[in-house]
Each structure stands twice: as C-alpha cells, then as structure tokens.
Design a protein around this ligand. Structure first.
Ligand SMILES: *[C@@H]1O[C@H](CO)[C@@H](O)[C@H](O)[C@H]1NC(C)=O
Ligand SMILES: *[C@@H]1O[C@H](CO)[C@@H](O)[C@H](O)[C@H]1NC(C)=O
Ligand SMILES: *[C@@H]1O[C@H](CO)[C@@H](O)[C@H](O)[C@H]1NC(C)=O
Ligand SMILES: *[C@@H]1O[C@H](CO)[C@@H](O)[C@H](O)[C@H]1NC(C)=O
Ligand SMILES: *[C@@H]1O[C@H](CO)[C@@H](O)[C@H](O)[C@H]1NC(C)=O
Ligand SMILES: *[C@@H]1O[C@H](CO)[C@@H](O)[C@H](O)[C@H]1NC(C)=O
Ligand SMILES: *[C@@H]1O[C@H](CO)[C@@H](O)[C@H](O)[C@H]1NC(C)=O
Ligand SMILES: *[C@@H]1O[C@H](CO)[C@@H](O)[C@H](O)[C@H]1NC(C)=O
Ligand SMILES: *[C@@H]1O[C@H](CO)[C@@H](O)[C@H](O)[C@H]1NC(C)=O
Ligand SMILES: *[C@@H]1O[C@H](CO)[C@@H](O)[C@H](O)[C@H]1NC(C)=O
Ligand SMILES: *[C@@H]1O[C@H](CO)[C@@H](O)[C@H](O)[C@H]1NC(C)=O
Length: 441
C-alpha cells in the first residue's frame, strides 16, 4: 500500500485549524468589536454664500460676543461656533434669537483645577435656563441674582466642593434640581425647597444632608430622591399629599417611626425605596390603592407584621425586596406571581415561611418551609446548598421547572467547550488511525 494520499493530510490540517480558529474567535468576540473612528464632526457651514439649506434652522445670527468671551474664560473651546449642534461634549445650547443668539444651556464637565468661575462671566451668562456641573471641583461661587432667577434646571454632580442650603434656595424658578456626591449643609430640606414653587424633580443624594423631611412640599413634585443622606425623624404626611409623585427614594437615611397609613394616597407612585432606614410597624394596607407600583424596596428596616396579600395583585410589579426585616407568617404568593418578578428578596425575616404545597423549594426564596401551623420548620436553607434543596423538593410535587434561570448563564460556554473537545478528539482519533495503519503495514 502507498502512504495515505496528500489530500487526506490537507483535510486533517484544515479540520484542526477550523477547530482552533473557532475556539479563538468565539473567545475573542468581545474585544474585537470594530472600532469605528470617533464620528468626526462635520465642519459647520458657517457662512455659505449658497442658498440656505432646508435642514439648518434660521440660525445664521452669531452668539453674543460677551457670552463668547465668558465661554473662553471657562475654557470652553470656541474655535467652532458653540451654537452649532452637537457642540463639543454637548456643552452648549443656544436660542434662536436675532440679531444675536444667547446661551440657554451650559454643561461644564471634568474641569481643570485652575478653572475660575468669575462673577462677571456668570453675569453675562444670565440667559441660561439650564446649568450643570459634572466632576468640576471648582470653588463655590457667588451667583449673580439674574442668573439665579433665570435657571429652571440646576445640576451638580460631584462638583463645587460644598454647597449650602441657603445658596441653593436662591434658585426659585427651578423645575429640576440635582445635587449628588456633593456635601450640602442645611438644617433641613425645607431650607432648600422653601421658595421653589415650580419644582417637579428633586434629587439630593449622597450629600450628607441632615435634618428632617419638610412639613410642606410643592404638590407638583413627580420625582424625589433624597437617598444616602443623614435625614432623621418620621416620614411626614406632607409627602403623602403628592398625588403626582411617581418616584420616591428615601433609602439609606436615619428615618424612623411607621410608614404613614396615608401612604396609599400616593396614587401615581411607580418606584419606591425606603430601604436601609429604621422604619418599624407593618406595611400599610392602604398601599393596595397604588395600582402602578413597579419597584418596591423596603429592605433593611424593622418592619413587622405579615406580608400583605395585596402585593400579589399588583399587575406591574417587577422588583420586590423585603429582606432583613421582622416580618412573619406565610408568604401570600403563588409560583406564577414569583416567576413574573425580576427580583424578589424575602431573606433575613426569621419568622417568615412559605407553603410548600403552593411554592416550590426550587424558587430559592431564602425563607424556610412552613409547618401546618404556618411557622417555619427549620432555619432557612443557605443559598449554596443545592443538594439540600433537591432532596427537599423530591418529596413534593413541583409545578413546572422553575430553577433554570441560573443555569442558562453558563450554558453557551460549556457547549462551546464540549464541541471543541469533541472535534479535537475526532481529529486525534483519525491521526491515530492513520499512524496505526502506516505502522501495521
Ligand atoms: C478566553 O476566555 C477565558 C475565559 O472566559 C479568559 O480568561 C481569557 O482571557 C480569554 N482569552 C482571550 C484571548 O480572550
Ligand atoms: C450629544 O447629544 C445628543 C442628543 O442629545 C446625543 O445623541 C449624543 O450622544 C450626545 N453626545 C455626547 C458626546 O454626549
Ligand atoms: C470626563 O472624564 C471621565 C473619566 O475620565 C470620562 O469617562 C468622561 O467621558 C469625561 N466626560 C466628558 C464630557 O468629557
Ligand atoms: C423667576 O421668579 C421671579 C420671582 O420669583 C420672577 O420675578 C422672574 O420673572 C422669574 N424669572 C424667570 C426667567 O422666569
Ligand atoms: C459624608 O460624610 C462621610 C463621613 O463623615 C464622608 O466619608 C463622606 O465623604 C461624606 N460625603 C460627601 C459627599 O461629602
Ligand atoms: C401644578 O400642576 C397643575 C396641573 O398639572 C398645574 O395646573 C399648575 O399650574 C401647577 N402648578 C405650578 C405652581 O406649577
Ligand atoms: C435608591 O437610591 C439608592 C442609593 O442612591 C440606589 O442604590 C437605589 O437603586 C435607589 N432605588 C430606586 C428604587 O431607585
Ligand atoms: C410591630 O412594631 C410596632 C412598633 O415597633 C409594635 O408596636 C408592635 O407591637 C409590633 N407588632 C408585632 C406583631 O410585633
Ligand atoms: C423603576 O423601577 C424599574 C424596575 O426596577 C426600573 O426598570 C426603572 O428604571 C425604574 N425607574 C426609575 C426612574 O428609576
Ligand atoms: C396566583 O396569584 C394571582 C394573584 O393572587 C392569581 O391571580 C392567579 O390566578 C394565581 N395563579 C395560580 C396558578 O394560582
Ligand atoms: C398551604 O396551602 C394549602 C393549599 O392551598 C392549604 O390547604 C394549607 O392550609 C396551607 N398551609 C398553610 C400553613 O398555610
């Protein structure tokens, strides 16, 4: 017999090469996303003598030279017309007035440490409606009152070093106020909000704000985030009067007392977090009147009583976190409700249990099974002990397969690995057989 014909070797070579390249390309899919060059800004047709293009707004008038000068003093590049959109880093937006245009929005970000916000520069920017700072550690500044009154939106994210409540309270025409990761000193929230009668969205978070919640709040508020501060005292009933409020986050403060029974008056509420406070008492049944709840986080408090049944009737609920409280009794939920939730957490409530003829132990609820009196039979199974839960579940008829959420994560990579191993085994087998055939001759 002759040695195996060359084509067979080629075939083998090709096969192994395919396997190797398949393995590497699959591994490398992430980092090799085609890097498109940063979309080069198209040069602005500043003064084209041709007929005005239909797309461009009637915006041929230039920016007020005083404002141009102010921008230069704030290190905003002005080699391009700051009124052409999108501006560099989206920092500037102008109005369309004539004969000179004016800035209505300014966003300063990543400022150099030597930036100086001069009073005169700010005075010439009194046309601004929106002003925001991100990561600008410049010194606190005196604002001209024209500018303070003109602003409807003010945002300060990790900027301006430190703010006082009195300083913020001068922005009386604001509809949106955001201060995060910047310490705010005030003896209470009311100092800041007292004169802001148009406010719709309020965020003062991660700001070490002290004091208590205000007795009066503007009724048109739709968004309140006062999370991660040092607020103390009770949740005031003034809060429950806000019928347009959709978002409330008071998490990580020192609030105590009970959740007011009038809480259900917040009929527009969608997202609620009162997590990580010292709230006690039970979850008020009045909350059943809030139809649109999507996200409910009451974790890490001292709430007691049973888990209210109405929660199971909330059609839009996606996140329910009640962990680390003092809740007791039987979880009033069935499997179809639990499966609908993206996040459910009930652990850390030592007297809470689930009815094993209604819920499967595969759901990993973090609470123990109930005995026939509705009391937990054993300490809640630790999340790692899957063997435990499997032997547990075999005793009872489980409805459907509910435990495949986790496994699916690691599925693809295992399949690829198996495939690669399989193919390479076949290649080795073929090579081995050929060598064997050669040897035996
Ligand atoms: C291949 O994947 C493994 C595990 O996912 C990773 O540790 C390794 O860095 C990857 N190699 C390459 C070249 O991407
Ligand atoms: C600028 O704003 C536009 C529209 O708001 C947005 O699509 C774009 O991503 C922004 N660019 C930058 C760099 O922020
Ligand atoms: C500011 O700096 C951060 C981190 O260096 C960067 O991710 C971000 O894109 C910068 N923002 C602007 C508007 O340049
Ligand atoms: C802001 O409010 C003041 C009084 O509170 C009012 O006189 C002024 O016209 C308002 N400014 C703007 C630009 O709306
Ligand atoms: C709040 O206070 C803590 C401790 O006093 C400090 O570590 C933290 O940086 C402060 N937060 C801000 C935003 O200043
Ligand atoms: C509050 O909202 C109502 C209805 O949306 C509106 O009629 C009213 O003018 C608003 N009040 C203020 C002070 O913005
Ligand atoms: C509430 O605020 C905290 C801290 O700022 C944040 O981690 C959490 O996701 C927020 N919750 C909601 C419901 O927005
Ligand atoms: C729940 O807590 C409240 C306030 O701490 C207390 O008055 C009440 O007795 C407690 N109820 C139960 C059932 O433990
Ligand atoms: C409200 O909660 C839902 C579900 O967790 C989330 O997808 C959404 O982004 C939240 N909305 C806001 C404004 O944070
Ligand atoms: C689960 O509970 C919900 C609400 O309580 C109910 O509408 C639904 O019919 C129940 N599903 C099953 C399978 O019992
Ligand atoms: C568990 O559910 C079954 C069927 O719905 C019911 O008969 C039983 O009383 C429940 N057990 C407890 C402790 O609630």
């Amino acid at each position: 017999m002759k040695p195996p014909p060359p084509p067979l070797f080629y075939l083998l070579f090709l096969l192994s090469a395919t396997v190797i390249s398949a393995a590497t390309t699959l591994n490398a899919t992430k980092p090799t996303t085609p890097k498109t060059p940063a979309s080069s800004p198209t040069p602005a047709p500043t003064s084209s003598p041709t007929s005005p293009t239909t797309k461009a707004p009637p915006s041929s008038s230039p920016l007020d030279p005083k404002q141009l000068e102010a921008l230069q003093s704030l290190n905003i590049p002005t080699t391009r017309d700051p009124c052409v959109q999108p501006s560099p880093r989206n920092a500037t937006i102008c109005d369309n007035s004539k004969p000179l245009r004016h800035l209505i929005s300014l966003h300063l970000s990543n400022c150099s440490s030597d930036l100086f916000l001069s009073f005169n520069a700010l005075k010439s920017l009194s046309s601004l409606r929106s002003l925001s700072f991100t990561n600008c550690h410049v010194s606190p500044i005196r604002f001209p009152s024209d500018l303070s009154l003109s602003l409807t939106s003010f945002s300060c994210i990790q900027s301006l070093r430190r703010l006082s409540g009195v300083w913020l309270s001068r922005f009386v025409n604001l509809t949106d106020l955001t201060v995060t990761y910047t310490p705010v000193s005030a003896s209470g929230v009311y100092v800041i909000l007292g004169n802001m009668h148009k406010l719709k969205t309020l965020t003062i978070s991660h700001a070490n704000l002290t004091g208590s919640l205000p007795r009066h709040l503007h009724l048109n508020l739709t968004h309140i985030d006062l999370s991660d501060n040092k607020l103390k005292g009770k949740i005031t009933t003034s809060l429950t009067l806000l019928q347009d409020l959709e978002f409330l986050n008071l998490s990580s403060n020192g609030l105590n007392g009970e959740i007011p029974t009038e809480f259900g008056d917040l009929i527009s509420l969608k997202n609620l977090s009162l997590a990580s406070n010292s709230l006690s008492g039970s979850i008020p049944d009045s909350m059943s009147a809030i139809p649109g709840l999507v996200h409910v986080d009451l974790s890490n408090n001292q709430l007691n009583g049973t888990v209210p049944k109405f929660l199971a009737e909330l059609k839009g609920l996606k996140v329910l976190n009640l962990e680390n409280n003092g809740l007791h009794g039987v979880l009033p939920f069935n499997a179809s409700f639990i499966k609908r939730l993206a996040v459910f957490k009930f652990g850390g409530n030592s007297n809470l249990c689930y009815n094993h003829s209604v819920l499967s132990s595969k759901l990993k609820l973090g609470v123990a099974r109930c005995d026939k009196h509705g009391l937990p039979v054993s300490p809640p199974p630790s999340k790692e002990s899957s063997a435990d839960s499997q032997s547990d579940s075999s005793d009872y008829s489980d409805e459907g397969d509910t435990s495949n959420k986790k496994e699916s994560h690691h599925g693809p990579s295992k399949v690829v690995l198996g495939f690669a191993i399989g193919i390479s085994s076949i290649v080795f087998l073929i090579v081995f057989l050929i060598l064997l055939a050669k040897w035996c001759r």
